[in-house]
Write a protein that binds this ligand. Sequence first.
Ligand code: FMN
Length: 260
Amino acid sequence: MDITKVTIYCFTGTGNTLLVAQEMLRTFAEKGLETRLFRMERADPARVPLDGLLGLAFPVAGQTTFPLVWRFARALPSAQGTPIFMVDTMMAFSGGVVGPLRRVVEKKGYRPIGAQEIVMPNNFSPLKIDEEKNRIKITRGLAKAQRYAQDLLDGRARWGHVPVLPDLLYAILGSPFLWRISGAIGQRFVLEQDKCSRCGLCEELCPLGNISLDPYPQFGPHCQLCQRCIAFCPTEAIHLPWLKHERYRAVRAAEILELP
Ligand SMILES: Cc1cc2nc3c(=O)[nH]c(=O)nc-3n(C[C@H](O)[C@H](O)[C@H](O)COP(=O)(O)O)c2cc1C
């Protein structure tokens, strides 16, 4: 493929997707391409570069992906054949992402050249974390990411669209009404005040600006359950409002915060 630049816009809750995006960029860089990585929640979609290869990387959530990812994709500017690929990470299965996203970008004039879904460890309130199993999943996931990057360069990648079911799932599970439930759950996050040091990391990490210190963290109505605040709280003071769960994270908080 005659491309010299690749830019990935990545949303990651707890680091799985960031690892995958970084692995792909390493592969591209080894082939001599200029690479860039941006945090989706901070980027202005209207200003994405249209003169190279564009990538969208994000986690699966609720058989679709987070509304903030859809918002970014829908706000991309019109293009004239800019090649684009997607990669998502998930614990097992995603229904309503690949085909529906293809339609969104195609309508805007992008040329969809590849979609890949990669199994990584579950980050959603795991009851028990098996470090060894997670390590194996990550190793396999990153190997798949590497192969996928190579396939994109060799023109072997594909971005298909299975009819009917994914569109149905997208229509139902992508509905803003359903995602109000996540907002309501977020407002019920449990904060153990005696553990909280009021360090402000949760406020800084929240991709939706939904947490404010007043004087302890207050959770607003816009939570999408990405798990960042729970996963990275240094004193483990934040919990989901139900059962006792462990905390999963694949990177350090600083690795997310240092990304532009
Ligand atoms: C709210 C939420 C919903 C999820 N829903 C799904 C799902 O429908 N299917 C799936 O396979 N994984 C699901 N997962 C698991 C994540 O997609 C998976 O762990 C992903 O790799 C996390 O990426 P991240 O660390 O970049 O945030 C969900 C995770 C969260 C937090």
